[in-house]
Design a protein around this ligand. Structure first.
Ligand code: PGA
Length: 247
């Protein structure tokens, strides 16, 4: 993995947008794997600027998102479909029929996950997968556990994740307890992975993922085995690695 240190969130967002833009310019009909959460919002904002300046054309781009809450419709403002529309898709010339998020309204988890795996396969693989990282090292909703789960699956969210996400809901009781998420093989099959980490609350996860042994207890650590992973992290997110003298 290559790790780029940046000063702050603004620089992280600009650099991430530059890399995503480069992917779109190199391959206009690329498949982007996209992520939600607060971290990529700045990068999406920068991509919108590039589109508005006439530097980027999304008309042939397709996308697959990492995950979606089970039970939320795309109209629910806490769903990840809503997030993607609101933070990116509504503001660029992407064809929304080519943008994909797991179907949160499919109650049959096996069907929802099998359908999404088939879809990812039918798109010919992901060219660039964008990732955030949870404070516990999760990627997508692949939470720390005893073994890596390969394909799209239904997860019971970790209590720490429910608590971290409660800030977006009126009360913690409204945070869905289950989600559909791409699995580790789906993510690892991407040709290129771009992981973004910002803030002190990610310092432990960045240290464990990049500088400690690969383990399903820190799902992002598996990226050490990916041939083309780039991490953009700000100084705060790298602070523990620096303190330990490994970066
Ligand atoms: P965040 O979430 O970007 O809101 O910190 C990242 C994640 O949980 O993957």
């Amino acid at each position: 993995m290559r790790i780029y240190e940046v000063k702050n969130y603004e620089e992280l967002s600009r650099k991430a947008a530059d890399m995503i833009a480069a992917q779109i310019i190199l391959k206009p009909d690329c498949v982007l794997g996209l992520a939600t959460g607060s971290t990529p919002v700045g990068a999406y904002r920068e991509l919108i600027k590039k589109y508005e300046n006439g530097e980027l054309d999304f008309s042939q781009v397709s996308s697959v998102n990492l995950d979606e809450y089970k039970g939320l419709s795309g109209e629910n403002d806490q769903s990840y479909r809503y997030f993607m529309n609101h933070n990116l898709f509504d503001h660029v010339n992407i064809d929304k029929t080519r943008t994909h998020v797991p179907n949160g309204l499919e109650p049959d988890a096996d069907k929802a996950c099998a359908d999404y795996n088939t879809l990812i396969g039918s798109m010919g693989g992901i060219d660039l997968q964008l990732l955030g990282i949870g404070g516990n090292g999760h990627i997508g909703f692949n939470e720390p556990c005893e073994e890596f789960i390969c394909d799209t699956h239904c997860v019971s969210l970790a209590q720490s994740t429910i608590e971290a996400n409660a800030r977006f809901f009126d009360s913690i009781d409204e945070v869905p307890k289950f989600a559909y998420t791409m699995g580790i093989r789906n993510i690892m099959s991407a040709k290129k992975v771009l992981l973004l980490a910002s803030g002190k609350n990610k310092a432990q996860a960045v240290y464990d993922s990049c500088f400690r042994p690969v383990t399903p207890h820190v799902p992002a650590s598996v990226l050490q085995l990916h041939p083309d992973t780039v991490i953009i992290a700000d100084s705060d997110a790298l602070s523990l690695a620096k303190e330990k003298g490994v970066f």
